[in-house]
Design a protein around this ligand. Structure first.
Ligand code: IPM
Ligand code: MG
Length: 360
């Protein structure tokens, strides 16, 4: 296959982890005789610095043209007090929207080698294998009206959570399909005891369930789900939820996997006429400015995102499995960065990337 990939290293540790992810992508392409055309573009704080815009038009055009996009991280502390419209994160949100990647898949699997890296008790987290499906292009992240208002000297702020039936249906459909190919369990997460958006969500997902008789659907309120995730994560197979609930619960899920540095994500949109699925792939972690530029960051979330790209955008399941097996081999050999609290001296970002390439 010929794979046209855009990389957006972004800010902070995004640059370092993306470099290793690209090295792994090149290695896997060589091994399986695929050709690669990799372009790089600006996104986030670095793009604001160079162009004044967190998502420059050239980046948008390149992302639309690419088969798949691999993103590092966005966010820099110097923009902490900037309004939402002028922040690095705005670039990522606009990119998700322009690509139409409405389903964000965040798998959380505990690896035996990492059980001791989690602060949670081993017997609770062992055997966890779940996927959080986060609705990614709607809800309170995008709803209007929004803003900080000043009227008659009084300040207030407003955000809006808004969902159409179609937005709910398409992400729930993806989730049912995933569950059908896994253990056949789907948990829909909402706050239907308080929010109208959640009431509609529950109604739509329940109606859709009749199309998927092989999948068992249950519903959980988001606050209870936050508790169940750490009390009994093995009960979950696929979870589906609106945008902000998914943002919050996926960080919680990271604790099960030992470190947020481990988690990959895949954001999927519609299928192109070429057969490739539009996809944006990014580790779940942020730009971690406190450790940026120190060659300390865990690149495995970014490398796992390469595996997700191979699988979900290109349908290259063998290649994806090869990358995931290489990650597992590196973990089993204890070749990990400091966040995973190795018994011996921690490896650097570059050394972990190298170890994955060698395992491949
Ligand atoms: C994530 C991040 C982003 C989000 C930020 C960087 C805008 O936290 O992907 O989870 O909130 O979606
Ligand atoms: Mg987040």
């Amino acid at each position: 296959m010929h794979l046209k990939v855009l990389t957006l290293p972004g800010d902070g540790i995004g640059v370092e982890v993306t470099r290793e992810a690209v090295r792994v992508l090149e290695t896997v392409a060589r091994k399986f005789s695929h050709t690669l055309a990799i372009r790089e573009a600006l996104l986030g704080g670095v793009a604001i610095h160079k162009t004044g815009n967190p998502l420059p038009p050239e980046t948008e055009a390149l992302a639309i043209e690419a088969d798949a996009t691999l993103m590092g991280a966005v966010g820099l502390p110097e923009f902490d007090n900037a309004p939402p419209e002028k922040r690095p994160e705005k670039g990522l949100l606009a990119l998700r929207k322009c690509l139409g990647v409405f389903a964000n898949l965040r798998p959380v699997r505990t690896s035996k080698a990492l059980l001791d890296s989690s602060p949670l008790k081993n017997h609770l987290i062992e055997g966890t294998d779940l996927i959080i499906v986060r609705e990614l292009t709607g809800g309170i992240y995008y709803g209007s009206p929004r803003g900080i208002l000043e009227t008659d000297g009084r300040v207030s702020a407003i955000n809006t959570m808004h969902y159409t039936r179609e937005e709910i249906e398409r992400v729930c459909r993806v989730s049912f399909q995933l569950a059908r190919n896994r253990r056949g369990k789907l948990t829909s997460v909402d706050k239907s005891n308080v929010l109208e958006c959640s009431q509609l969500w529950r109604r739509v997902v329940t109606e859709l369930a009749t199309e998927f008789p092989g999948v068992t659907l249950d519903h959980l309120l988001v606050d209870n789900c936050a508790m169940q995730l750490v009390l009994n994560p093995r009960r979950f197979d696929v979870l589906v939820m609106e945008n902000m609930f998914g943002d919050i619960l996926s960080d919680e899920g990271a604790v099960l996997a030992g470190s947020i540095g481990m988690l990959p994500s895949a954001s999927i949109g519609d299928r192109r006429p070429s057969g490739v699925w539009v996809g944006l792939f990014e580790p779940v972690h942020g730009s971690a400015p406190d450790i940026a530029g120190q060659n300390k960051a865990n690149p495995l979330g970014a490398i796992g995102s390469v595996a997700a790209m191979l699988e979900y955008s290109f349908g290259l399941t063998q290649e994806a499995a090869a990358v995931n097996n290489a990650i597992e081999a590196v973990l089993n050999a204890g070749k990990v960065t400091a966040d995973l609290k190795p018994a011996g001296p921690p490896l650097t970002t570059v050394e972990v990337g190298q170890a994955v390439c060698e395992a491949l």
